[in-house]
Design a protein around this ligand. Sequence first.
Ligand code: ATP
Length: 321
Amino acid sequence: MSAKKVNKIAVLTSGGDAPGMNAAIRAVVRTSVYHGLQVFGVARGYNGMIDDDIFEMDSKSVGNIIQRGGTILKTARSKEFFEIEGRKIAYENLKKRGINGIVVIGGDGSFKGAQKFSNEFDIPCIGIPGTIDKDIAGSDFTIGFDTAVNTAVEAIDKIRDTADSHDRVFFIEVMGRDSGYIAIECGIAGGAEAVMIPENLTPISEIVNILEQGISKAKSSSIVVVAEGDEEGNAQIVAKNIKDRMDENLDIRVTTLGHIQRGGIPTAYDRILASRLGLGALEGLLRGEKNVMAGVVNNQLIYTPFHDTITKKKPVSEDLI
Ligand code: ATP
């Protein structure tokens, strides 16, 4: 616990953007103002700390943003922050303004950076899980996941209409380099015939069996959702391998959803989660929490050490698989 009283804080978004980050920024800023703190925004993640792109914010700066996707602070991946020289410059820029608390909205990579920075310069940092991958330990949900899944489900529903009209098999690739949460949840909600995720290897032969069973039952369409990081390869590779093993007349198509999963209006769920975590992070910082991430587990606001969020992986629930 920190002995120093936090009275000037900085907030930044780091890593990949996620819908709902703006709602979290808004909650951090407005809770700070409510508690009489001075609050600064940092542009483009850790890059802004190093480039001194730091500016004061107030209640008005975060008006009319709760419903907007992306992040008004912009986000980035910062090479310089990996180096101690970069982090020293960042610290000097905070120090000259008297900033003595930091809220980082991002994924586990951003928390690694925050943990290092906090240990090196004795400045309390607190994290908010803002990433469309839900796999961070210490929170049942991350900001942006719900919106990303709903976007993917909407796309699957649309693809189902065309697949059904043409008797086609569609392979739909969704985001998730190391995590199958988006794939499994949009696959279930979209009624996919099969889902391929990095956490649970589904051999090509099994997919072939599932599709052949569907054909034998005169199914008019089939959808296979593939997480981009699946061990059998991305959707293009999987589709090609399957085509090679099945009837050559089978009409197979591939759609990669890509960045549409990151954008768009955040769902009510993401806005509420972000508001709750923004408030929780700031009030945690005021109570002396540091080097922790604010999360919601079993509907309770809790704080998990950065160390655990970085080293532990949240497995996909067996019942979903
Ligand atoms: P996403 O889940 O969207 O990928 P993330 O927060 O995990 O988000 P990363 O690219 O892994 O995204 O990390 C964001 C930034 O955090 C990096 O560009 C770097 O500036 C900083 N960072 C990550 N790991 C470290 C580290 N070990 N030391 C210092 N800084 C780090």
